[in-house]
Design a protein around this ligand. Structure first.
Ligand code: KIV
Ligand code: NA
Length: 282
């Protein structure tokens, strides 16, 4: 099937078809997301937390994001590839934002970029779109701003704040964004944003009324589930698999086989010498 485009997403929204998005950070995860027929693969800056072990998304830089985006691109044929612009790569000037957005396309092989923020960032979105790069917005909980927000917590829980989020999303649409992620807000707020916009909304922890849903690969697949290690997975995240258990069982079986001397068995010892050579050798 053919490559997804930003136009295909808009058509899906207009036809009332829901949009699926999942993160990926490397070749195998991208391969699985793509083969599953997920519409959008996001090389998210959540890579900082779920792949690199940091407590926040703040530490990742352009070089790290591009390294991961390249691998994702090599595993993706059909899904639209969106690259998360990292903290510090777009805020201080439109020129810096442009330089870094071009790097995502030319070096990271993404189809689009995502930046966090609402009205304050609309001028940056506009600049990038005018220069030919599709931009996905991101409102509500914007994890790069954790220093200001004080934690990973729900946003838009007062009438004034909720109206502010609708205005943020409208400003991003006005600036030319092709879609907006809405993260960690009460369902009625995400619904109001969705009803106010022509472009699709993609929710995470934002209830069922958005045009699409996104989850983090490692969280949704239970990658870090382990009986002796309590991994944090957000409350809104449904776990569709317990990959951590599968991985642990595989590793423990290997260890047992090695210690018992039962691996490799004959079936896994494929390299033979011709009989005559073996006699001459021994
Ligand atoms: O980095 C990320 O994984 C994200 C999604 C949660 C939208 O930004
Ligand atoms: Na992100």
């Amino acid at each position: 099937s053919k490559k997804m485009s930003v136009l295909d997403l808009l058509h899906k929204k207009r036809k009332n078809q829901r949009i699926s998005m999942v993160t990926a950070y490397d070749y195998p995860s991208a391969l699985h997301v793509d083969l599953a027929g997920i519409d959008i693969v996001l090389c998210g800056d959540s890579v900082a937390m779920v792949e690199l072990g940091y407590d926040t998304t703040q530490p990742v830089d352009m070089e790290q994001m591009l390294h991961h985006c390249k691998a994702v691109a090599r595993g993706t044929k059909r899904s639209l590839i969106v690259g998360d612009m990292p903290f510090g790569s777009y805020e201080v000037s439109e020129e810096l934002a442009m330089t870094n957005a071009f790097r995502f396309i030319k070096e990271g092989f993404t189809d689009a970029v995502k930046i966090e923020g609402g009205r304050d960032r609309a001028h940056i979105v506009e600049k990038i779109v005018k220069n030919g790069i599709a931009v996905m917005g991101h409102v509500g909980l914007t994890p790069q701003a954790i220093s200001v927000l004080g934690g990973f917590r729900a946003q838009g829980r007062t009438a004034v704040k909720a109206r502010g989020l609708v205005d943020d999303a409208l400003a991003l649409q006005e600036a030319g964004a092709f879609a907006v992620v809405v993260e960690c807000v009460p369902a009625p707020v995400a619904q109001a944003i969705t009803e106010a916009l022509e472009i699709p909304t993609i929710g995470i922890g934002a209830g069922p009324h958005t045009c699409g849903q996104v989850l983090v690969f490692h969280d949704m697949l239970g990658m870090t589930t382990h009986p002796h290690h309590e991994a944090f997975v957000p409350r809104f995240c449904k776990r569709y698999a317990q990959l951590g258990n599968v991985i642990r069982e595989g590793l423990e079986s290997f260890k047992q086989d090695v210690e018992a001397g039962t691996f490799p068995s004959e079936a896994y010892s494929p390299y033979k010498m011709p009989a005559a050579e073996l006699r001459a050798f021994q």
